[in-house]
Ligand binder design. Structure first.
Ligand SMILES: Nc1ncnc2c1ncn2[C@@H]1O[C@H](COP(=O)(O)OP(=O)(O)OP(=O)(O)O)[C@@H](O)[C@H]1O
Length: 255
């Protein structure tokens, strides 16, 4: 069954004296457990599309359905991971992770145990009583991942979550996120400027063209790369030729 359906979505931003046509007639489907990436030139509407899928922006035209119900008419648990971690500086890492459950009034010992287990699983168990300013950027993004996962979101929306990290940390985090999402069988949509990252992490890549953003091409990542973690995928013989195909297509957009 199709999990998420984006149907004929167009969006315009209006201001007092003009308007910007950000997206035009975007349609695609995502199945449960799929990892989809959105790529395209700067300003092509990737973040706008992610915000529409999150229900934060109402599209000028079209609809987004989750399990056949309009996303804006239901209370869907979505997870968001952004370039900035937005951890609260006055709360410990464990308290930050427990923020979602506390808002949902799930304030019991089992949640605390789950937070600790999650932090341990993503490799920062010993930071639970520290404050965000005592952690490196990569560790903070790990904490942000734990905070997202503890609410058991139906979909994870990832808006360039690794772009502020150094290359080494970024590779480690890509691996961790991909592995965790596979383990928990989560559906994810990643916005990225990085073609390599999109190939290494996802099953499907949607390339948008700009002004307004339209679907230019949908790529299926080669099966053998999908089976691997991002680090292994980058080493595989099929990676460079597929990268070249995607790169050429992006280059042909000339934007
Ligand atoms: N709040 C807003 N008001 C008016 N125009 C906006 C607003 N947000 C985005 N836009 C415009 O909509 C278009 C798409 O922007 P969006 O941020 O979605 O693109 P993007 O592909 O995510 O960009 P980037 O890759 O640079 O992050 C751009 O022309 C942008 O200037």
């Amino acid at each position: 069954m199709t999990f998420l359906t984006v149907q004929h979505v167009s969006h315009q931003y209006f201001s007092s004296d003009n308007y910007t046509k950000a997206l035009e007639d975007i349609s695609f489907e995502v199945s449960e457990g799929q990892f989809l990436s959105l790529i395209g030139p700067s300003g092509c509407g990737k973040t706008t599309l992610l915000s529409i899928i999150a229900g934060l922006i109402h599209p000028t035209e079209g609809t987004v359905l989750l399990e056949e119900n309009e996303i804006q008419k239901q209370k869907v648990q979505l997870g968001y991971m952004l370039q900035q971690d937005y951890l609260f500086p006055w709360k410990t890492i464990k308290e930050n992770v427990l923020l979602g459950p506390h808002i949902q009034r799930k304030k019991d010992v089992s949640m605390e145990k789950q937070a600790e287990e999650l932090l341990a699983e993503i490799g920062i168990g010993d930071t639970k009583n520290l404050y965000p300013n005592q952690l490196s950027g990569g560790m903070r993004q790990r904490a942000s991942l734990a905070r997202t996962l503890i609410t058991d979101p139906k979909i994870l929306l990832l808006d360039e979550p690794f772009s502020a990290l150094d290359y080494q940390t970024k590779l480690k985090l890509e691996n961790l996120v991909a592995t965790i999402l596979k383990t928990y069988e989560k559906t994810a949509i990643l916005v990225t400027h990085d073609i390599e990252e999109a190939i290494a992490m996802s099953d499907t890549i949607i390339m948008l063209s700009a002004s307004p953003g339209k679907i230019h091409k949908i790529f299926s990542v080669p099966e053998e790369l999908q089976q691997m973690n991002p680090f292994e995928a980058r080493q595989h013989a099929a990676f460079p030729s597929f990268f070249q195909n995607v790169w050429k297509e992006m280059d042909d957009l000339g934007q």
